[in-house]
Design a protein around this ligand. Structure first.
Ligand code: AHR
Length: 669
């Protein structure tokens, strides 16, 4: 049976469904494991045998707008619903505070559009107010607003006062024209602490952009139970649009990313970024697809759109920002284009109807790679702030088109393939499922099974046809259905480590692989999927045991896979392993994954003639409790421990701890 038909995890609108066969296999593996995993085994490494080189971008990141990955996550913006587009009727995340004896209201309006893309504004009408009183509108942020000491926050917003002609139209009460300044501040939710404040110039009757800095003092304790406040102390009406608050960002990029999350990603040494989905590229409906043209240019012209993960996307982190994210972390972009299928079964069939979407993809490629002087979209990119073309090698045509019940992908893929290859012959194309109409360069496989399945499928790709397309494992994670927490526990991380061994041993076939999803805001109500690699709330972040496992694999890889075998390769006895070499440094990395709750002895045999330095590094990621997790409160509950052994040789034994990943690094000269 084709490996993909066995192994693809089918997911519909985010609900994972294991195939019956796969589910049955998982439970067999789970039963077989406990008896057999006590057995000692011998790992024989053939230093002269065939090797498999790692490709230049074996390990990367996968991202989409899910779990508040960008808005309320990586994207630095702290104001939720900043452009009043999240909800058509309510000013979600905004509230009005009116002291007693003051009369004021707040409402969304589309009477005063800032641009045709941002038609809504917040209309605040103060009918009655006395001296020394003020009316405040405040934003709650994304599950809080982080405030830290000695920090500069950049505020910007558009505001305008009401005009005389509007005044005439209004009935009783009749506000006066508002030409006063507004105050902005960062405050604790109860208003008892004001961390920083500033004042605008007086408003006029036209939209004006105000830019201010809020600087906190050194005495404050970091917190997230805060709000951003705009207040007025005079009667009249004023309107607000595109209200923004940015903390310092990674590499100080304007409109940039959250520093701690970028650092955690950088720590993984990722070689590529697959974006913008995932389901997010497809959207629930055609109109909700990732329409890249609406995600570029000044923020005033980005309308945002309905995401497929139950919340609105501001698209403040838009196409150019994805590319800057790649630049900042030295990653190759792997760009997924909308390919004519949205999740609620709305295929745009191949032929003339699909043509505009194929053209959109061609435009997108030109926007990213075209010359700034000689191409239309290259010139627009330059105007958007990036004159240099980006390097682009891989384009993925769609996402998980296996769910298109009309089976239209083969023909849709062919149309994209022909159009892209004829204009950009050097681009490598990734199909989301096997196709017969054309030969794609790469096929993307996705897996979300239980950890045991990954252990059992250690040999999964060993026999795959090497003459077919290369494989991109574009989404994978072990997950225990209905049990997984927002981030993986140690047991899941060990399943992931087993799968990384299975992928490493097939590095000649698997050219890229990335875990999914990458990010999760762990605040109550913020996430839609479990588990995810890196967790955070508005203030703090942490990495999961699986992040550690991946980080260890990425930093103990070298450049080639060595031939190795064990004397226990049968599924019941199997202990996932991978042996790789760093030729230049003469290092051999041996990864061993013991998912059993007991120790296991492994003898490592490199052949008598091999000279091995007796001092070797051993890194262990483990815990006696496979359910052990990292959390905001205990971010380092599970983390690797490094030690040195002094008895390494060409034939030596080590005892693996229960529930652990062990990486032994030997020096061979
Ligand atoms: O990673 C979460 C979702 O799983 C992705 O959006 C989708 O491609 C897959 O089904």
């Amino acid at each position: 049976m084709n490996h993909r038909s066995i192994a693809l995890l089918f997911t519909l609108c985010g609900v994972p469904l294991l195939t019956t066969l796969q589910a049955r296999e998982s439970s067999v593996a789970a039963k077989a494991a406990p008896n057999a995993l006590f057995e000692a085994l011998r790992l024989t490494i053939d230093l002269k045998g065939p090797t498999k080189p790692f490709g230049p971008q074996f390990s990367g990141l996968m991202t989409e707008e899910i779990n508040h990955s960008y808005d309320g996550g990586l994207y630095g913006e702290l104001i939720r619903n900043r452009a009043f587009r999240d909800n058509e009727t309510n000013a979600e995340a905004w509230s009005l505070s009116v002291p007693s004896n003051v009369v004021a209201t707040m409402a969304l309006t589309d009477k005063f559009e800032l641009t045709d893309k941002l038609p809504k504004s917040l209309d605040v009408v103060i009918d009655k107010i006395s001296k020394n009183q003020s009316v405040s509108v405040s934003n709650e942020g994304f599950y809080g607003i982080p405030v830290k000491p000695d920090t500069e926050y950049k505020v910007s917003f558009y505001a305008k006062g009401n005009n005389a002609w509007e005044k005439k139209k209004k009935e009783d009460p009749d506000p006066v024209t508002f030409r006063e300044p507004l105050s902005v501040s960062l405050q604790s939710n109860d208003g008892s602490k004001v961390y920083a404040s500033a004042k605008t110039a007086p408003l006029t009757g036209n939209w004006q952009k105000f830019e201010l800095t809020l600087k906190t003092g050194s005495e404050i304790t970091p917190s997230k139970e805060n709000k951003f406040v705009i207040s007025a102390s005079a009667p009249g009406a004023f309107r607000l649009s595109l209200v923004s608050l940015f903390p310092p960002t990674y590499k100080n990029r304007p409109n940039g990313n959250r520093i701690d999350l970028m650092e955690k990603m950088a720590g993984l040494h990722p070689q590529f970024l697959r974006f913008p989905g995932g389901n997010f590229v497809e959207g629930d409906n055609l109109c909700d697809r990732y329409d890249w043209k609406e995600t570029r240019g000044p923020l005033e012209f980005r309308p945002g759109h309905a995401g497929c993960w139950k919340y609105h996307s501001s698209d403040g982190l838009g196409l150019l920002e994805f590319m800057e994210w790649c630049e900042d972390l030295g990653m190759q972009p792997v760009l997924a284009v909308y390919a004519g299928y949205s999740l609620r079964q709305q295929p745009v069939l191949a032929g003339p109807l699909l043509e505009p979407y194929v053209q959109d993809a061609l435009d997108e490629i030109e926007y990213l790679t075209g010359d700034a002087k000689t191409t239309h979209w290259g010139a627009i990119r330059a105007k958007d702030g990036h004159p240099e073309p980006f390097r682009l090698k891989y384009i993925e045509v769609g996402n998980e088109d296996t769910f298109d019940r009309g089976k239209s992908y083969d023909a849709r893929y062919a149309q994209f393939h022909d159009a892209i290859k004829s204009k950009y012959p050097d681009l490598q194309l990734i199909a989301t499922i096997p196709v017969t109409s054309r030969k794609p360069d790469v096929v993307d496989d996705h897996y979300y099974p239980a950890p045991e399945w990954f252990v059992k499928e250690f040999h999964h790709y060993d026999k795959t046809d090497r003459n077919g397309p290369k494989i991109f494992v574009g989404e994978w994670a072990s997950r225990v259905k209905h049990v997984s927490a927002q981030t993986p526990n140690l047991g899941e991380a060990l399943g992931d480590a087993a799968w990384m061994c299975a992928m490493e041993r097939n590095a000649d076939l698997i050219i890229m692989q990335c875990y999914a999803p990458l990010l999760v805001n762990v605040s109550a109500g913020a996430s839609q999927w479990s588990p995810n690699l890196i967790g955070y709330d508005a203030l703090n972040s942490f990495v999961s045991p699986s992040w550690h496992a991946q980080q260890l694999f990425n930093t103990h890889r070298g450049d080639e896979v060595l031939t190795a075998t064990t004397d226990k390769e049968d599924p019941a006895n199997l202990l996932p392993y991978s042996v790789t070499r760093d030729k230049e440094k003469g290092l051999i990395h041996i990864k061993l994954v013991n998912i059993a709750p007991t120790t296991r002895k492994v003898t490592i045999d490199l052949g008598k003639e091999t000279k091995v330095n007796p001092n070797a590094e051993v890194v262990i990621l483990g815990d006696k409790d496979p359910k052990a997790l990292n959390t905001i409160e205990k971010p380092e509950a599970v983390k690797p421990v490094t030690k040195t052994i002094s008895d390494a040789s060409s034939d030596f034994s080590i005892t693996l701890e229960p529930s652990s990943l062990t990486i032994v690094t030997l020096k061979t000269r």
